[in-house]
Design a protein around this ligand. Structure first.
Ligand SMILES: NC(=O)c1ccc[n+]([C@@H]2O[C@H](COP(=O)([O-])OP(=O)(O)OC[C@H]3O[C@@H](n4cnc5c(N)ncnc54)[C@H](OP(=O)(O)O)[C@@H]3O)[C@@H](O)[C@H]2O)c1
Length: 262
């Protein structure tokens, strides 16, 4: 049986599927204790049971709707009362939204802004306070490759992820003096439940670029451990990022729109 060597606590938001579930597996393999947060309790409990058996680590399950800011404050309070100090925070929960902005429901757009921007900001603010008091901590923010440009049919999503990326870049420097590392992960199209939840069309171009969650998460964990400001996982995504940086907006936006099936 695997004997845990490290007992630091990692909190993962959106741990019930996709990247979050994979973050839980990889950090459990390293021997970390975990706090798993999402709304689907059955999935969190099944994952927790599996990780406890497989890696002999402590796992705490927290069913929380992160769009509710007071619920985030209560989550922090419950963990504090149990003496759980979060050393690594993985701000991963989020959902997508695809389609022409004007045709989408305003409530859906605002719900995404709430979760991807407001809740992520609140979780970071609340848990970074404890990290500052202890003089150490690590925060990973899951942004997206779409943070690098306003993308047709992903107007609110790409804008929300641009917020996450800029927020992370600013905090990377700001928190350095407090001993806290902040890294932003910018995945491209990946094989999680995300595309289905966002009603996203998978074009042949996107299929070619599609990554599995494991290497994406590995790249995020490595970049955070190395104290990098941000990381784009996978060679094709790195080329896309370089292409966006090196070409005028009208050109890369037009090509991306085609690849995304717009
Ligand atoms: N997959 C991609 O192609 C891709 C690319 C770039 C970036 N990303 C980003 O990666 C992150 C994870 O997405 P994923 O691809 O792993 O998709 P996913 O499989 O759909 O996972 C999303 C996670 O977020 C949780 N979540 C959603 N709303 C929540 C809420 N109100 N409160 C608490 N938890 C909530 C979900 O859990 P419950 O439903 O159980 O609450 C789920 O665990 C997101 O931030 C996404 O924007 C994904």
């Amino acid at each position: 049986m695997h004997t845990p060597a490290i007992t630091t606590w990692v909190l993962i938001t959106g741990a019930s599927s996709g990247f979050g579930e994979e973050f839980a597996r990889q950090y459990a393999r390293q021997g970390h204790s975990l706090v798993l947060v999402a709304r689907r309790l059955d999935r969190l409990q099944a994952l927790a049971g599996e990780l406890r058996r497989q890696f002999n680590v402590e796992v705490v399950v927290e069913q929380v709707d992160l769009s509710d800011i007071p619920a985030i404050v209560q989550l922090h309070q419950r963990l504090h009362e149990r003496g759980i100090a979060i050393e690594i925070l993985v701000n991963n929960a989020g959902h997508g939204l695809q389609g022409p902005f004007i045709d989408s429901k305003l409530e859906a757009a605002l719900a995404m802004v709430q979760l991807d921007i407001a809740s992520l900001t609140a979780v970071t603010h609340i848990f970074a306070q404890d990290m500052r008091t202890r003089g150490r901590g690590k925060i990973l923010l899951v942004a997206s490759l779409l943070a690098l440009q306003g993308t047709v049919n992903f107007a609110v999503y790409s804008a929300a992820k641009a917020y996450v990326l800029r927020f992370g870049e600013a905090l990377h420097r700001e928190f350095k003096r407090d001993g806290i590392t902040v890294t932003s992960l910018c995945p491209g199209m990946s094989d999680t439940g995300f595309a289905a939840a966002a009603n996203q069309k998978i074009t042949p171009g996107l299929k070619l670029l599609m990554m599995q969650p494991a290497p994406v998460v590995r790249a995020g964990i490595r970049a955070l451990a190395a104290g990098r400001i941000s990381v784009v996982p996978g060679l094709p995504n790195k080329f896309s990022a370089l292409f966006m940086w090196a070409t005028p907006r009208w050109l890369h936006q037009a090509l991306f729109a085609r690849a995304m099936g717009a």
